[in-house]
Design a protein around this ligand. Structure first.
Ligand SMILES: Cc1cc2nc3c(=O)[nH]c(=O)nc-3n(C[C@H](O)[C@H](O)[C@H](O)COP(=O)(O)OP(=O)(O)OC[C@H]3O[C@@H](n4cnc5c(N)ncnc54)[C@H](O)[C@@H]3O)c2cc1C
Length: 378
């Protein structure tokens, strides 16, 4: 059968574009995914043993300040009002993350007021800061000083990325702000945040529920592309380097591995995500998904927990590492992609960018707008 569009990847990017094409353009779409489920990395599943819904590829908290994204999401789900907080263990003590006034006071054993803490941190920074940081470590020290960096950031980052933080670009640190108040809301700037009330997979089932959309799972594009026919466009949301046969070399990615445990008792750690900052603990985080849905009030005397370990698995890329070599290769791949008329490469893997879910939805809505403009012109 010939479809108007073929979309590779039933993740958030592919599913939003498919929904728009089917419902607005009334065109047929074949969505393929090599996994055995829709939803990409946002996929959620109910554990049959505990009845707890969890995010199979790692905890996902929806957060956005984009009215456009929220208006779109509201059509498929309500959010449950969950607000994300992160804690971290260092030398067997628990601290709040990102670093705030509580973290500073507990770590230094002080009772600073905001202005005192601010001035103290300026002095800490001045001791070791460099004027123009060229890597993650220098940037972090220039923003929080060496002692806080070495306690909370250095070993955690080295574990997470499996490389020396000096090898990471300075921009990676901008994701970790410092606060001089007691606000512990992780997504402090987000106008909306929460977990979809019926889980993420429910959204995907709704997005793809159209007679114009055919979903084929366990279908790898590279094993089947000769049999896939379309007359308008191929929309590909897999890794861009793989699409071009790694012509300019492989882009580097990091992945995580989750080890599942069942805890007897209603609550293992009292929060959804606990970070482990020290190098002698091999895992980076423990996730306890029951806390993501407080409104469900699970009462089963069991909790499912996940130990997170860093991993490099080229078969399952998660986060772009983005070294300077990667940036060069990416430019070459993007130039190639632009030369292909009937092809769009996007999404998290296609763009080789760390997109949160709201950015992925925006990218998908923008992609659809471009398709419409092209149709008007042709
Ligand atoms: C561990 C983790 C935690 C995250 N936490 C958050 C969070 O808390 N909040 C937030 O906003 N965002 C979070 N994100 C980001 C979020 O997961 C992404 O924004 C979103 O999943 C991107 O959607 P996508 O469709 O671009 O990519 P994906 O979800 O990766 O989907 C791509 C799909 O393409 C398929 N595919 C690839 N190659 C092929 C092929 N050759 N043939 C067929 N199918 C193929 C894959 O199987 C996959 O299903 C997190 C990401 C990760 C990895």
């Amino acid at each position: 059968m010939k479809y108007d569009y073929i979309i590779v990847g039933a993740g958030l990017f592919g599913s939003v574009v498919a929904e728009r094409i089917a419902n607005i353009l009334n065109k047929s779409v074949l969505v393929i995914d090599k996994r055995n489920h829709v939803g990409g990395n946002c996929y959620s599943h109910v554990d049959p043993d505990t009845g707890i819904e969890y995010h199979v590829y790692g905890t996902h908290i929806f957060h956005t300040s984009s009215r456009r994204v929220m208006d779109y999401v509201n059509r498929f789900t309500e959010l449950n009002g969950y607000h994300h907080q992160v804690l971290t263990v260092h030398n067997d003590k628990v601290y709040q993350m990102p670093i705030n006034l509580e973290t500073i006071n507990s770590f230094y054993g002080t009772h600073f007021y905001p202005q005192d803490a601010y001035e103290f941190i300026q002095q800490e920074k001045a001791r070791d800061a460099v004027a123009s940081p060229v890597n993650f470590e220098e940037k972090a020290i220039s923003q929080i000083g060496r002692p806080l960096y070495e306690a909370f950031i250095k070993s955690y980052t080295a574990k997470q990325w499996q490389i020396d933080p000096k090898e990471l670009p300075p921009q990676t640190f901008s994701r970790l702000p410092i606060r001089f108040n007691y606000n512990e809301d992780y997504f402090i700037d987000a106008r909306w945040q929460g977990i979809p009330i019926n889980g993420y997979t429910d959204i995907f089932n709704k997005l793809l529920d159209s007679e114009k959309i055919t979903v084929q799972l366990k279908c790898d594009y590279f094993e089947n592309h000769e049999q896939l026919f379309y007359n308008k466009k191929l929309i590909y949301s897999g890794p861009i380097d793989q699409f071009f046969g790694y012509k300019f070399g492989r882009l580097s990615w990091r992945t995580i591995k989750l080890e599942t445990h069942c805890h007897l008792g209603n609550d293992f750690q009292g929060t959804s995500v606990m970070n482990y900052a020290d190098s002698d603990v091999t895992y980076t985080r423990i996730h306890e998904p029951r806390h993501l849905h407080p409104e469900r009030n699970y009462q089963n005397n069991k909790s499912i927990i996940f130990y997170e370990y860093p991993e490099y698995n080229p078969q399952d890329p998660f986060y772009p590492v983005n070294t300077s070599k990667d940036k060069k290769k990416l430019t070459q791949y993007k130039e190639l992609a632009l030369k292909k008329q009937d092809l769009i490469i996007s999404g998290r893997l296609g763009s080789y960018a760390y997109y949160d879910m709201d950015k992925t939805i925006l990218a998908a809505l923008d992609c659809f707008d471009k398709l419409c403009e092209e149709m008007k012109r042709s």
